[in-house]
Design a protein around this ligand. Structure first.
Ligand code: 2AM
Ligand code: CA
Ligand code: CA
Ligand code: CA
Length: 259
């Protein structure tokens, strides 16, 4: 896709995100309707659904034939990476949203033939938007992102998934011990923003396409590595254990995982 078109889409998506944030904030103090999905820790609320419907309707209005992959199912069944695909996570960190009304994100990504073009992660309460892509660059609230130091695992904090640590999957305890400390934020979006801002050297979690779709575009554009936990290439439609890190910390983690 060409820069002119990307810049036009970029302006439009930022408008949707402003509206989407306003909608969420307007409803944040209302009583939520919460239901469980695959387990008692896997939640969805009326706001997740409302917000996905809102974003999907904006995409459809803008691009009537767009294919949309949305977590809550208001998009399309997407099983190929061909052509333009939008990926939407209407509330990332639903448990945080329900229990804290904070530390959650809205994420949107645009892929073309499997190649990431534009990614957006909005920390709703922090009012911080990470946006951009390989052709237009990465921005932190509209300012070019500060270059990320290539910090080693031993010199930084690592964001981890709670269940993976509890089960010591992939030597997660060793990974935490070799770092300066672990953080468990409970939102892939918030963790990915922290890696992009140099506050974490990496992040590891089981993720679905809507959890990492936007982050992969932003992180790869910013010189970070995002792969599967065993260092393999991550497809746009994969659901797997994901390792995001600086180049140095990525190599450090792979050594501990045994790959
Ligand atoms: P979600 O809130 O949009 O579901 C911590 O739970 C992080 O992992 C969140 O970013 C969450 O996204 C994501 N996640 C992915 N699969 C999950 C699952 N089965 N249960 C809970 N969270 C999941
Ligand atoms: Ca969910
Ligand atoms: Ca998510
Ligand atoms: Ca979600």
């Amino acid at each position: 896709m060409e820069i002119n078109e990307l810049e036009e889409i970029d302006k439009t998506v930022k408008g949707w995100l402003r509206e989407s944030r306003d909608n969420v904030l307007r409803n944040i103090d209302t009583r939520l309707t919460v239901s469980t999905k695959t387990s008692r820790r896997d939640l969805v609320t009326n706001i997740d659904k409302q917000n996905e419907k809102f974003i999907v309707s904006k995409i459809r209005e803008f691009e009537p034939h767009a294919r949309i992959l949305g977590e809550e199912g208001f998009g399309d069944k997407v099983d190929s990476t061909k052509g333009r695909v939008w990926i939407v996570d209407p509330i990332d960190g639903t448990m945080n949203f329900v229990k804290q009304r904070n530390h959650f994100a809205i994420m949107i990504a645009l892929y073309n033939d499997g190649i990431g073009e534009l990614g957006y992660i909005l920390d709703v309460i922090g009012n911080r938007l990470l946006s951009g892509g390989p052709k237009i660059g990465v921005f932190d609230n509209g300012q070019p992102l500060t270059p990320i130091a290539d910090t080693a695992l031993k010199d930084g904090l690592i964001g981890l998934s709670g269940p993976m640590v509890l089960n010591n999957e992939f030597n997660m305890v060793d990974i935490a011990e070799k770092s300066l400390g672990m953080r468990i934020y409970g939102s892939a979006g918030i963790d990915i923003i922290s890696v992009l801002r140099g506050e974490l050297v990496g992040y590891i979690s089981y993720l679905k396409p809507w959890d990492f779709g936007a982050g992969k575009i932003l992180c790869e554009s910013a010189g970070l590595k995002m792969t599967t936990i065993d260092g393999k290439q991550l497809g746009m439609l994969s659901s797997t254990a994901v390792l995001l890190a600086t180049r140095n910390a990525h190599r450090d983690v792979l050594t501990i995982v045994g790959k």
